[in-house]
Design a protein around this ligand. Structure first.
Ligand code: GLN
Length: 539
């Protein structure tokens, strides 16, 4: 296996419980290493058998994050991009489903020359190839690889075995970080190290000795807890890093740096120590923790409102935009399935503006139409993202153009006025996974538009994930009645953005701008949405 000699590898596993935030810890370490001038990337291995999370219900798995190259990936990739401020690609998220598909395709082609195909070595080799492939993208100094799941899961075993082998083959260039939980027991007033000890023991049983242990805890624990963990787990006290709960995930890089994780990691990888600072992060944190800022209340109307992770990039983009506007952003979650005409406006009345994010399927569509109508009629800002654009167009067609049966063929294939219809290449498709219009596409902006005043650019590029689009047969009718098609594909065939001409701020786009927002580089569309909302609430 050929690999770049200089690249260093950091593997991150998690123990004790899931949801400890391996992704945030990995991304935060990436931030610190990048601030030292190292070229860093992050990779996630997901042990489930889906080829990608694109076909999974957001209730189970949270948001599907879309990369520039159109890969549907785990939401941790969103954290990675937002933290290290680099665009990632399909090589950065590998699933068991992908690995097995590749192994089975090779087997069918006869590539294994009559051998029995087995988890070790065939599946593990395929996994190792993917680690090396990630380094080839851009000659990285460091690649941080997160193994999804928790130690003890059956399905992550092939990945752990692969990294065990990889570490053995590349001893000088690898370290292992294990993330655990140190619970605090209120009843006895003590921090407990036993779960960490057990998790490290479990790792050792599969042949991995961790180099660094990052301990999540509800609050700061004393030095003797570190000493105890070090003693039982065969690491130095300095290699035990404390990571107490933070009010904002964007504070974690600062926490980890204060614990000198960078000194420990660089020394173990044989890289030279160098100074760095996290000024941008500190400034960002200072702004978001500042007290008595004005607040805007955004009504987020969706059907997965019980699990905010389903709209993670949207809520993060709103937070970034609020920080850039030096205000707080309260999100009022409105479940579109329970938003009925009679009581709808009560919930909507609380909101300063409305955002309808992306979505699939006809559940909750009526509630979303009510919300879009409310924003249009009451002149409060409206931002529609993908499905949110379809909703805006349907509502306008029904209530302004009097096309009562206007709909998207996604929800009613036989409607009289299919103002939203299949993209031309989608009609014949039979497979669901990975077949939408995905990833970055250019959009040309009409100069005489609100959109142009926001982006201040004639051409932009944004990420997409959809099967349906605005039906051009209706374009003239919409234009004649107050809709501006302010963003279009360069060939003019696909509508990318619509806006209402006689409304203070009503913009809906076919793309997903949320994927490109970064904490201290708010996305222009979200920035302006919050800015306008703030202006209206303070006037
Ligand atoms: N369901 C719609 C489509 O497939 C919108 C998708 C989305 O909002 N991402 O076109």
């Amino acid at each position: 296996m050929k690999k770049n000699k200089e690249t260093k590898f950091i593997f991150i596993t998690g123990g004790v419980t899931s949801s400890l935030g391996k992704g945030i810890v990995g991304a935060s370490l990436g931030v610190i290493l990048k601030s030292k001038g190292l070229k860093v990337t992050l990779q996630k291995f997901d042990p489930y058998l889906n080829v990608d999370p694109g076909t999974m219900n957001p209730y189970q798995h949270g948001e599907v994050f879309v990369t520039e190259d159109g890969c549907e990936t785990d939401l941790d990739l969103g954290h990675y991009e937002r933290f290290i401020d680099e665009n990632l690609s399909r090589i950065n998220n590998i699933t068991s489903g992908m690995i097995y598909s590749e192994v089975l395709a090779k087997e069918r082609r006869g590539d294994y020359l009559g051998n029995t195909v087995q988890i070790i070595p065939h599946v593990t080799n395929e996994i190792k190839n993917h680690i090396v492939a990630a380094t080839k993208q851009n000659d990285f100094d460091v690649i941080i690889t997160e193994i999804g799941g928790t130690i003890g899961d059956i399905e992550s075993l092939p990945f752990l075995e692969a990294i065990r082998q990889f570490q053995f083959e590349n001893k000088e260039n690898c370290i292992h970080i294990h993330l655990t939980l140190v619970p605090y027991l209120n009843s006895s007033g003590e921090f407990k190290t036993k779960p960490t000890q057990h998790s490290v023991k479990e790792l050792r049983a599969i042949g991995i000795q961790t180099d660094v242990i990052v301990c999540r805890s509800s609050k700061i624990f004393p030095q003797e807890i570190k000493q105890k963990i070090a003693l039982f787990c065969d690491v130095k006290t300095d290699d035990v890093i404390m990571c107490p709960d933070a009010k904002s995930i964007y504070e974690v890089p600062i926490y980890l740096k204060n614990e000198a994780i960078d000194t420990v990691v660089l020394q173990k990888l044989g890289l030279s120590q160098s100074n760095s600072n996290l000024v941008e992060w500190e400034n960002y944190i200072n702004i978001i923790y500042q007290k008595n800022k004005p607040e805007v209340n955004i009504g987020l109307v969706g059907k997965y409102t019980a699990l905010s992770d389903s709209y993670l990039s949207v809520t993060e983009a709103l937070k970034h935009a609020a920080a850039a506007n030096k205000c707080d952003c309260k999100i009022t979650w409105i479940n579109s399935e329970t938003l009925h005409q009679s009581d709808g406006s009560k919930k909507l009345d609380e909101c300063d503006s409305i955002l309808i994010p992306g979505g699939f399927g006809d559940r909750g569509i009526t509630g979303k139409l009510i919300a879009a109508q409310y924003a249009r009629e009451t002149n409060i800002p409206y931002l529609g993202l993908c499905l949110g654009m379809h909703i805006a167009a349907i509502e306008f067609a029904r209530n302004i153009l009097n096309l009562e049966d206007a709909h998207s063929t996604e929800f009613n294939p036989n409607c009289n006025d299919p103002i939203i219809d299949f993209l031309p290449n989608q009609k014949q498709l039979s497979e669901m996974g990975g077949t939408m219009r995905l990833g970055a596409y250019p959009c040309v902006i009409e100069q005489n538009s609100k959109l142009f005043s926001i982006y201040k650019q004639k051409e932009i590029s944004e990420r997409h994930r959809h099967r349906y689009e605005f039906n051009n047969a209706y374009k003239a009718l919409f234009e004649d009645n107050g809709i501006k098609f302010s963003g279009n594909s360069p060939d003019g065939k696909l509508v990318e953005v619509i806006e209402l001409t006689d409304h203070p701020w009503f913009i809906a786009c076919q793309f997903h701008p949320e994927f490109k927002s970064r904490p201290y580089k708010a996305h222009p569309l979200f920035f302006d949405f919050i800015k306008q909302t703030l202006k209206l609430t303070s006037s």
